[in-house]
Write a protein that binds this ligand. Sequence first.
Ligand code: PLP
Ligand SMILES: N[C@H](C=O)CCC(=O)O
Length: 423
Amino acid sequence: MRHDESRRLYDRALSVLAGGVNSSVRATQPYPFFVERGDGAHVIDADGNRYIDYVMGYGPLLYGHDAPEPVQAAVQKHSAAGPMYGAPTEIEVEHAEFVARHVPSVEMIRFVNSGTEATVSAVRLARATTGRDKIVIMQGGYHGAQESTLVKGEPGNVHPSTRGIPDSFAEHTIPVPFNDEETVREVFEQHGDDIAAVMTEPILANTGIVAPVDGYLQTLRDITEEHGSLLIFDEVITGFRVGGLQCAQGKFGVTPDITTFGKIIGGGFPVGAIGGKAQLVEQFTPGGDVFQSGTFSGHPVTMAAGHEYLNFAAENDVYDHVNRLGDDLRAGISDILEDQAPEYTVVGTDSMFKTMFTRDGVTPKNGADVSKAETDRWERVFWQEMKDHGVFLTANQFESQFVSYAHTDEDIERTLEAYKEAL
Ligand SMILES: Cc1ncc(COP(=O)(O)O)c(C=O)c1O
Ligand SMILES: N[C@H](C=O)CCC(=O)O
């Protein structure tokens, strides 16, 4: 495969964009391919190479690169009609009504512009509601580029995970191992009166894909209730991806106090949202006194795209299709691993999948298990091989991969062939 044009574009980009990209994960080695356009489940790069795409924009693209006709029509209509006003529009109300109708925890919602903004506001809301400062998060979990959650360590020894964040932020954050009831109980015994919220992805989706063990999410629900803390599910990735229109909270039957959304809920456009019981969410300004605001929040084009995205899923066999292909892919990869690399594991659910380069064939239960995997080998060898076989996977061991409605049985077969050869 030739990549001359991508290489040339990356050289140009390096002089004017930090690291040559606008989000860190895109800076694949030795240089990223630059995308010219999408086509169904595929992307075509600046040199004309075609790849089956499982990155899917890191999750938002439930339909691949050709959104259903009603989505495209709504986007065109709303861009032509404005595109935004600094005044409310009906489409924001319709989209909010849809989400409230389907997602168990949501009575009221505030739309924002990114998953990060959603989790920042959710934490602020939890702190304001409880009058407490501390939050419990999961080691290996990810909640975007927010100061309070970019931390590393364990209870009693927590530090910012990047330069530029004061230690005082980390003082209020307690990272615990996912799926470990004992540690979370100990943390609540010690700090229960100071904990505003436990915030977790219902499935860790930024550290491989780590499913909750039976009963773990319910334990978090019970323990937060017992101590007057809130439970926040960060469904930025899982929202409208896992568990269909009810999201992961519906699949696992555990209802949080607050849910954060992003990705799919914006139909491929920048978005975030904070949903929950009305008595919580209405504390945001202007109704309440927890400051929350944004020039682009509830942008009509995003709202229209997101709304038509979800409407289409409600009326068509979208989740059946993507989940079936997800099952086929996981089963196919699993067979290949059994044969060729039994020390590796395939993880995921619904339309999410990832091959973990574990060393013992054991499914990871938390972030520490995932970090023992052969992360370097994934990126430097396997990812490159798959790309050379025309399959675009997420470039590191930690990021999830997604099947879309545009993927076909033939895509899955070709992908499995590529796996066989690359492994
Ligand atoms: C679970 C989770 N929360 C929050 C975020 C942050 O979202 P965004 O990148 O839109 O700020 C992401 C992904 O980026 C995510 O996966
Ligand atoms: N891990 C991130 C979200 O899922 C990856 C997307 C990004 O930050 O560019």
